[in-house]
Design a binder for this molecule. Sequence first.
Ligand SMILES: Nc1ncnc2c1ncn2[C@@H]1O[C@H](COP(=O)(O)OP(=O)(O)OP(=O)(O)O)[C@@H](O)[C@H]1O
Length: 262
Amino acid sequence: MSTPLLQVKDLSKKFPAGYRRFRKVYDTALEPISFELYPKETLAFVGEAGSGRTTLAKILAGAEQASSGEILLDGEHLELMDHKRRCSLIRMIFQDPTTSLNPRQRIGQLLEEPLKFNTNQDKAEREQTVNRILKKVGLLREHADFYPHMISHGQRQRVAIARALMLEPKIIISDEALSGLDSSLRAQCVNLLLELQQKLGLSYILMSHDLGLVRHMSDRVIVLKRGEVVEEGRTMEVFANPQHKYTRRLLEEQMLIIEQPQ
Ligand SMILES: Nc1ncnc2c1ncn2[C@@H]1O[C@H](COP(=O)(O)OP(=O)(O)OP(=O)(O)O)[C@@H](O)[C@H]1O
């Protein structure tokens, strides 16, 4: 097996939750968890609301600090990495492109921004990169001049994907990024993500409550319950033969239990 791109060791997160009998108390969002992500792999995290997926995504994207543990990205400690280096390795696609894209910026400006702050590309080079990435996500060069409200929801989702790709990262984290889309748009975006993974050799971390999507897209799955790993394994095996009753219940709720032959 190849070297992991991402190694997470005993990562935990507690949030301060006030005082009880004059003692500071904490909400545990993540119990110590460890996992690895390999090149070109899709690893999914599933669980009910409050299971810790968003917290984990934010920590991995550098938007939240872990309480303990270690994250090695391409062999380097994440917390010692400068912003540019981190952005060139790992990027996040946000849940709702309608709110995550600044309505006052044209698509071209939105896409150019990470290049301005993180590369030495001049204006002409940045424009070229924007055009190249627009094409990769199935949009036209003309879309660069539009404002987000001038394009469809599906196209906005493509812009959000394009923005995550601007610095050519190796890992993309999707935190429920496809959940606001209707089924045909979701299918288009899933196909786009799978195609980009093939072409660019990307690894994905997929946070999703949609187990159908997880089954379709991921190679491995980790089941979280209130911040704790209750089950993990190859997606097909976990879905076909869930070992933990919590996993079984999640699958039953979405009618995805695959009956075993008698
Ligand atoms: N900033 C915060 N301050 C205090 N507690 C928080 C904070 N962020 C998350 N939590 C708590 O951490 C736990 C995990 O939340 P998190 O949002 O990571 O779960 P999730 O699996 O992404 O669920 P959801 O789909 O509802 O977002 C929850 O109990 C939540 O209340």
